[in-house]
Design a protein around this ligand. Structure first.
Ligand code: ADP
Length: 161
């Protein structure tokens, strides 16, 4: 049984994230989508809201489990007896950051590998922060997020402006 973890802030989940989840879920038995509870960042969405949105987008993928975690990813991976951490690479900036993180995680938990999946070219420019920025400024972000959650996100963002 292979267990992989896809960690991130997911503030909120985008079509870029969803694409990595769908491709990763085909490669392992169980994929944990793990929402980092990071108290030093100031997220737009609460952890519960993020989890709810991710669950909505992944409900058709039976081997995907959505959870939150805090503390070191390497420790969470040990707790789950995970084989790999899944990360998406959009550009060389992501690669440099992720390469360093994978080495740190390997030092902290020698059993864990990091698997990098390259972003689909048409989704590579999408980030959670650009979704929020465009939504706040009234632009069209319907091509960046799942259409099931587009209206919900619009609503959340308008309320929190
Ligand atoms: P962070 O952990 O930096 O807050 P995110 O939660 O935004 O990152 O993203 C989690 C993972 O998803 C990271 O590996 C990130 O590179 C990847 N990712 C984010 N957006 C995309 C995208 N549009 N296409 C592919 N991968 C992405």
């Amino acid at each position: 049984m292979s267990v992989w973890i896809y960690p991130g802030s997911f503030d909120p989940i985008t079509l870029g994230h969803e694409n990595i989840i769908a491709r990763g879920a085909k490669l392992c038995d169980t994929l944990y989508v793990a929402v980092l509870e990071n108290h030093s960042k100031h997220p737009t969405f609460t952890t519960d809201e993020k989890i709810e949105l991710i669950k909505e987008c992944t409900s058709h993928m039976p081997n995907v489990v959505v959870e939150c975690f805090s503390g070191l990813l390497a420790d969470y991976a040990k707790q789950k007896d995970a084989d790999a951490i899944l990360r998406g690479i959009r550009n060389t900036g992501d690669y440099e950051y992720e390469h360093n993180m994978s080495q740190l995680n390997k030092k902290l938990n020698s059993n864990i590998e990091t698997v990098f999946v390259c972003a689909e070219p048409e989704l590579a420019c999408i980030s959670s922060s650009s979704v929020k920025e465009i939504a706040k400024l009234g632009g069209d972000f319907s091509w960046m997020v799942n259409k099931n959650i587009y209206n919900k996100l619009k609503d959340y963002i308008n309320r929190r402006k």
